[in-house]
Design a protein. Structure first.
Length: 94
C-alpha cells in the first residue's frame, strides 16, 4: 500500500529511520531539495534501493507528483511495504 501525505503532515512521518527521497533528476535536486532528502532519480530507484530492507519507511517526492507516484509503484511491485508519496514539492512550499 502507498500512503499519501502532504507537506502539512510530513513532520509526523520523519524520524531517524525514515528515508526522504527526492526522485527528480540531479540537476533539479541541486537547484532545490528538502533538507535531509537523498537524491535517487526515479529511473534508477530499483537499482539504488535494492539493499534497503523492504519494510523501511520511504517518503518520496518530485516536482509534480508523477515521478514520485511512479517510483512508489515500482517499489511496491518489488515488495516494499512502507511507502509514502509526498507528491509535488515546489520551492515555495518549504
Amino acid at each position: 500500500m502507498i500512503h499519501k501525505i502532504t507537506m502539512g503532515n510530513l513532520n509526523e512521518y520523519l524520524d531517524s529511520n525514515t528515508l526522504l527521497i527526492d526522485v527528480r533528476d540531479p540537476a533539479e535536486y541541486q537547484i532545490y531539495h528538502l533538507e535531509g532528502a537523498q537524491n535517487i532519480p526515479y529511473q534508477v530507484i530499483l537499482e539504488k534501493t535494492k539493499r534497503i530492507p523492504k519494510d523501511t519507511r520511504m517518503i518520496l517526492y518530485c516536482s509534480t507528483g508523477s515521478r514520485s507516484r511512479l517510483a512508489c509503484n515500482l517499489l511496491l511491485s518489488m515488495g516494499y511495504t512502507n511507502l509514502y508519496d509526498l507528491g509535488a514539492v515546489r520551492v515555495n512550499e518549504s
